[in-house]
Design a protein around this ligand. Sequence first.
Ligand code: NAG
Ligand code: ZN
Length: 251
Amino acid sequence: MHINSLVLAFVAPLIALTSAAPLMRRAPATIHTKCTVPGTFALSFDDGPYNQTWDLIKTLNEENIKATFFINGNNFDNIETESVTTSDGVRSYLDHLRFMHTSGHQIASHTYEHAVLTGLSEEEVTRQMNALSDIIYNTVSVRPRYMRPPTGAYDDTVLNILGNLGYEVAIWDIDPKDYEDYDLQRKEDVFSSYLDQETATPPTSAHMSLMHDVHPQTGPYLLPWVVRQVRAKGYRFATVAECLNDPRPYQ
Ligand SMILES: *[C@@H]1O[C@H](CO)[C@@H](O)[C@H](O)[C@H]1NC(C)=O
Ligand SMILES: [Zn+2]
């Protein structure tokens, strides 16, 4: 017997014994609260896909805008099993993922079941992330590298687990709370309060806004207004990864 085989025969069982416990963990997830590339504006949409999402994607495409969707697997509907009527007929939610992906929008994670991650076990956080990542991978062959924790809730434990799973955490800096009511003027005022602060042309600031494609007012009414105002200020629309100058939206 060669010496290497002897060594292997001795060491292999030890490796097998210890492999259940991860030997090395990755660093805690980095938190991004705003875009960093001057003059960029990242539109992001949470909680879908749902019954307004298809047409919202069409609106973005008509405007030649790439946005970011922080999707769930089982929130308003179950995206693996359910379909919805759109302006193009009945489409499965997995078709929605394909439509987002082929249109150039960034697909990001908002957990499988919109789970608030603080207080959950490592196993449950891992399940929430992996279950959705698997669905996305099986549908469009990419795994998201960006995630947004539901309600924005995280702590050191959550960041450690997410970092170990390879995620970056994207929060936001503009939040019109579009899910709260139907007061369009109030929501527009939130955007204006940020846009009005920018006086340079082209803009030197950069923003990451939070909206919800599941809210009936957002796609048809709030989004077109936001697009007009943001363009009038001279911002360039970008995905979350692009506005952070990150060439890797996926793992
Ligand atoms: C989406 O579903 C909700 C709840 O069933 C319904 O009230 C709403 O009208 C639907 N919207 C569209 C565009 O189908
Ligand atoms: Zn959410």
